[in-house]
Design a binder for this molecule. Structure first.
Ligand SMILES: *[C@@H]1O[C@H](CO)[C@@H](O)[C@H](O)[C@H]1NC(C)=O
Ligand SMILES: *[C@@H]1O[C@H](CO)[C@@H](O)[C@H](O)[C@H]1NC(C)=O
Ligand SMILES: *[C@@H]1O[C@H](CO)[C@@H](O)[C@H](O)[C@H]1NC(C)=O
Ligand SMILES: *[C@@H]1O[C@H](CO)[C@@H](O)[C@H](O)[C@H]1NC(C)=O
Ligand SMILES: *[C@@H]1O[C@H](CO)[C@@H](O)[C@H](O)[C@H]1NC(C)=O
Length: 732
């Protein structure tokens, strides 16, 4: 077995020891011949097939255990749904085991279901029961509940053993279990108190041969036991085993009692053979999509902050591979900056959808109301699902919706992360206040080093919710934001939230420090959003030119021509310059320069003046240097230095041309910002030594040529319109 050192913070994952591995293997081996199997009757109680109940049943199937579920479909009469305690449960069980009450050969195993996972076979369970020497063995926990005043009546225990009774799981011979249940109890009474009183009565305890499993040999209650247990995950198969490290036991029944449900959910991602090298759990219960009868889905786009690259966000929505007539579109935006684009998206594409509506900032709804509105509309449309997508979640994989549907969960989100960051749209764990905490597997999931579908306590940004969960959702909360409120409401309802990283579905843009009040705000975000910036602003053919077999055009000797930026780059940068409108006067005196004198003046604006100099240097480093290295062999100066990055404006009535000159550079780049023959006439660049001109410049294409000595050049006359070019003198 390959051992690997994990680098994740808050590391809980340990390499499985050879001992642990052996026991894990035993767990999954086929049960050997045993006549005990049919003597052990397993019961649980569940009135509703919650996600927790389905998880419990799955674990029982994995270990070949046949379970009888009591109360399914009945109305729960035992008080709080979350905790299947209550006398109701005992009354159901008493009735169910009555036929065996006099049969000392029969063993009854009872467990709760919503918050229980089975992790071994009946053979092992039987063996552990036998070793306990009890006739009736009840699970034990760290807290005396519900009547703390009884704590001192309990027998003392040593060290870190669990002293107090928990009624969530027990095993015993049928006559003893029946004896335990003999006294009448109201449906709404507390079953744990009922058991506690019997246990604390020494006569009854002795008569029933009743013991508590204080060292978690068979049962592990998780509440208050975080430091008692360790999840050990085999790093190759990802199969997990939960060990009690105080007593080096491997309990067979894991119970997320009390406040430990989130912990159980996290362990549950690895227990009961959810993995075997690959995610087995991800291949179970898949939904076969019937193309002739696809689910109806409400698609809710939620815009609650100014975000960069909103146009690309909307393109991602258009990419969804799903019949639009099965989608009810709603754009909710409370951000004035995005109102226009939202409106025009609906008017341009709305007709394809079943319905298409928007609620914009003028409707003055806050985020809670907006999310609620989307849910109300989903109900109104009788949608089978609602798919929430926030404006910072960019869909890259158009299959995302179908892939999530296939997973067939009440709630599932695709993993989205900020590019090259550990920031994502889920939390692996919660702090005590209900805020973010990092789980042991968080980094591995984010980096796709661990691939699957994970039950987590918090998902944001993009998620698909099934109709059956609509009524559980609430966005209201005094303290939490709407996302946190929603997740809390789902946790309280016992609805599991899954995050899937089975594919790379998309990414989050970085809206931090995004200033939507500047001209063309997306253009300013190269540092914070390199991925989206590159997609929007770098020419789609850019990287072809890095291939050494691609022939770079040479319109004049040692003048090279590259496809470098998009029309959006040119249009945005020209708009930024025109909005700034600080064109120089074209005279020789220039106070932007160190000497205050410019020998060959142009009408221009420096990048420094519009606050984009640092960003432009980054652009030179990332995108220009690699091209330079392709054409001037052996000259490697990265990052390039450039003190002068500026846009020049030529106009017949202003400055129409530039006299011959050398540049103060090792090499110069010159990017055409608009179209000859359309935006202007004339213009171009002439290299005098070669009597060679480039006049058919192309928008978004860059000329690169040596600055001094050989490439004495002039700017040719512009006869009509306005010509813009973007110049850098590199390595002066
Ligand atoms: C956003 O840009 C505007 C206009 O340039 C500027 O006045 C403002 O200070 C900027 N805000 C932030 C937070 O940088
Ligand atoms: C990219 O280059 C190919 C030829 O190699 C050309 O056909 C295509 O139009 C170019 N794409 C763009 C956006 O200019
Ligand atoms: C470079 O281009 C050649 C010819 O078009 C092609 O065969 C090769 O795969 C390309 N190499 C890379 C790394 O893209
Ligand atoms: C330069 O080229 C132009 C046309 O390209 C030609 O008319 C002219 O005679 C050339 N001048 C010299 C000095 O070769
Ligand atoms: C300049 O361009 C405008 C618009 O493209 C056109 O109407 C006009 O006739 C042009 N002027 C000259 C002198 O070519």
């Amino acid at each position: 077995m390959k051992m690997q050192q994990q680098s994740a913070l808050f590391l809980l994952l340990l390499a499985v020891t050879s001992q642990g591995a052996a026991s894990a293997d035993a767990d999954v081996a086929a049960a050997p011949e045993s006549n005990w199997n049919d003597k052990i009757k397993v019961f649980t109680v569940a009135t509703e097939p919650t996600d927790g109940y389905l998880r419990y049943l799955r674990s029982s199937r994995v270990y070949d255990i046949e379970v009888t579920t009591l109360g399914l479909g009945e109305e729960w009469k035992g008080g709080d749904m979350q905790r299947p305690g209550g006398g109701f449960k005992l009354n159901l069980l008493r009735k169910a085991i009555a036929p065996y009450k006099n049969d000392p050969e029969i063993i009854i195993l009872f467990t709760d279901s919503y918050d229980v996972i089975i992790t071994s076979t009946l053979d092992e369970i039987y063996e552990k029961f036998q070793e306990s020497g009890a006739k009736l063995l009840v699970s034990a926990e760290k807290y005396c509940w519900p009547d703390q005043s009884l704590a001192n009546d309990y027998p003392e225990v040593e060290g870190r053993a669990s002293r107090f009774l928990n009624s969530g799981a027990f095993i015993g011979y049928a006559p003893q279990v029946y004896g335990l249940l003999e006294d009448p109890i109201d449906d709404t009474a507390d079953d744990q108190l009922y058991f506690t009183k019997i246990f604390l009565d020494e006569t009854k305890r002795a008569k029933l041969g009743m013991k508590l499993d204080t060292q978690s040999r068979l049962f592990q209650n998780l509440h208050g036991a975080k430091n008692d247990v360790k999840l050990k995950v085999d790093l190759e198969s990802n199969q997990g085993v939960l060990q009690n490290v105080d007593f080096m036991t491997t309990p067979a029944i894991i119970h997320g009692n009390g406040l430990s449900k989130v912990d159980l959910n996290a362990y549950g991602n690895y227990l009961a053979r959810t993995y075997n090298g690959v995610c087995l759990f991800c291949q179970e219960n898949l939904l076969d999509l019937d193309e002739s009868n696809l689910p109806v889905i409400s698609l809710a786009l939620i815009v609650t902050q100014p975000v960069p690259f909103f146009d690309q966000f909307l393109e991602g929505i258009e990419k969804l591979n799903y019949p639009k007539e099965k989608l009810h579109l709603l754009i909710f935006s409370n951000v004035p900056f995005h109102d226009d684009d939202s409106r025009s998206f609906v008017s341009k594409h709305g007709k394809k959808y079943a319905t298409a509506k928007y609620a914009l900032s003028t409707d003055e709804l806050d985020e809670r109301q907006g999310r609620q509105l989307a849910l109300d509309k989903a109900r109104l449309h009788h949608s089978d699902y609602i798919f929430y997508v926030d404006a910072d979640a960019h869909i890259d994989d158009g299959e995302v919706l179908r892939e999530l549907l296939r997973m067939n969960k009440q709630f599932i989100g695709p993993l989205f992360t900020k590019h090259n960051e550990l920031w994502s749209n889920f939390w692996g764990a919660l702090s005590e206040g209900g805020y973010y905490a990092r789980s042991h597997d968080y980094v591995d999931i984010v980096k796709h080093e661990l691939i699957g579908m994970f039950n987590v306590p918090h998902v944001t940004s993009i998620y698909l919710v099934k109709k059956s969960a609509f009524n559980a959702i609430s966005f209201k909360h005094n303290e939490f934001d709407p996302d946190m409120a929603m997740c809390e409401s789902l946790r309280n309802a016992g609805i599991f939230m899954y995050i899937s990283n089975l594919r790379s579905f998309g990414h989050l843009v970085n809206a931090d420090n995004f200033n939507s009040t500047v001209t063309r705000p997306d253009f300013h975000t190269l540092f914070s959003n390199r991925l989206d910036w590159t997609e929007k602003y770098i020419h789609p053919n850019y990287s072809l030119q890095l291939n050494s077999s691609y022939k770079i055009p040479q319109p004049c000797p040692d003048v090279f021509w590259f496809q470098i930026v998009t029309d959006a780059f040119c249009d945005d940068l020209v708009a930024i310059m025109e909005a700034h409108n600080s064109w120089s006067d074209g005279s020789n005196s220039d106070n932007r320069l160190e000497g205050g004198y410019e020998a060959v003046p142009t009408r221009d604006i420096h990048m420094k003046q519009v606050g984009l100099d640092q960003m432009y240097l980054k652009f030179l480093q990332l995108f220009v240097s690699p091209l330079q290295e392709r054409v001037f062999d052996g000259y490697v100066h990265n990052p390039p230095r450039s003190l002068m990055n500026f846009m020049v404006r030529y106009r017949p009535d202003e400055q129409p041309s530039l006299r011959p000159h050398h540049d103060a550079s090792t090499y110069t780049i010159n990017i055409a910002m608009n179209r000859v023959g359309v935006d202007y006439e004339g213009g171009g660049c002439r290299f005098l030594r070669y009597n060679c001109s480039v006049t058919d410049t192309k928008k978004g294409w860059m000329l690169m040529h040596p600055g001094r000595l050989t490439h004495y050049h002039e700017g040719l006359l512009v006869t009509n319109g306005t010509r813009y070019i973007m110049i850098s003198f590199i390595d002066p």
